[in-house]
Design a protein around this ligand. Sequence first.
Ligand code: TYD
Ligand code: MG
Length: 454
Amino acid sequence: MAKTKSIYYCQNCGAQSATWMGRCRQCGEWNTFVEEIVAPAAGTATAKTVTQSRPVPLNEIQIETDTHRLVTSIGELNRVLGGGIVPGSLILLGGEPGIGKSTLLLQLALSLPQHRKVLYVSGEESELQLKMRADRLPETNANCYIVNENNTQAILQHLEQVKPDLVIIDSIQTMQTNALESSAGSVSQIRETTAELQRYAKTTATPIFLVGHITKDGTLAGPKILEHIVDVVLQFEGERNYGYRIVRAIKNRFGSISEIGIFEMTSAGLREVLNPSEMLISNHSEDANGIAIAAAVEGLRPFLIETQALVSPAVYGTPQRSANGFDTRRLGMLLAVLEKRCGMKLMAKDVFLNIAGGLRPDDPATDLAIIAAILSSHFDIPIDGKTCFAAEIGLSGEVRPVSRVEQRIHEAEKLGYRRIFISSYNGKETTAHRISVVRIAKIDELLPALFANS
Ligand code: TYD
Ligand code: MG
């Protein structure tokens, strides 16, 4: 097949060059040249699709209702996708290596209804390796096809033959198109292979999942440049040493991005976690110090999460502040507020903080629980296990209101909590009746209210 003509462009100033250059002669920037196709070879998909489009009045377009969505049997995935997979959509699943992307998608492939065909294209694992992985999973599907291939032209041929209802590409970084000479994983290859797959997805209304790697420091350009092209970007995250995994939608053209799906990695693949609060609260004895429960909200879902603090005299000169699952700078800020507004002497103490389950909630409402856990550890007084907290702390020590407070109160009530601390500035009305709602306005009101009976 004739090679297409490509040219190198400087991403900084737009200068052109016939060959790749390390440094742009025009603007002097380093490493900015990227290969672009200028004249696609005749007969490639690029040349074909141009004339197929036809402008239509917006009013005449039939609305795709949810019945058209491909509803998977993985409820947590449906939830993040906004109710199922939209035909013809391109869905990017990003995540660090080893987090479980291939496992999740293989499980998805195996759990589709039996009359639905799936083609799982792996550029990383052989058919045998995939079979071994599939054997660990509980699901089976006679219509799941596997192929080890990384050339997009070959993949498109397989797609013509198999005509699957769903395609999985694992991973986009290993795919290569004949149109470009650069190696797989380079920016231009990733962009071009995605564009070819997207053309297939849109013309045949077949949804395609793409797996994208991101490294710890997020340096790999791959998935970032894809975010504009694809319809949905899902991020798979979690601490590798803990079993819990969260799928989060970062972009979704067909649904909300505030939903999350929670899974647990087990020896038989990923298991859906339907009641996150139960998993996030350890079974500690009633008299343990330094434990407080936060009524957090992730996405649209409230859940209760355990925060643990340990405050101990600093042995070495500089006291340590260390946090697992929480921003250390924010911990420093909370400690400074405690010193200044409550007169607590924490400067000579080591403070360690841990969020249960290896989660990293980015909900400011966990502040009050963290303060309570620190107080509890500092004064060696346990917090009664039926109390939880939901408020943000401001720099002047004010207890600030948080969103969805009703939902948090109800979740706590449902799980049998008897007392919840919230901000006085959160509306007065509440429909909860089995839980006592304690409202505080200033951080120094917490201590007397919390340990009133101790
Ligand atoms: P994998 O899906 O290969 O991650 P990714 O594709 O994101 O790189 O699998 C990640 C880890 O999951 C791997 O270290 C092994 C583990 N695992 C289980 O614990 N149980 C299982 O049933 C499977 C299939 C994998
Ligand atoms: Mg993988």
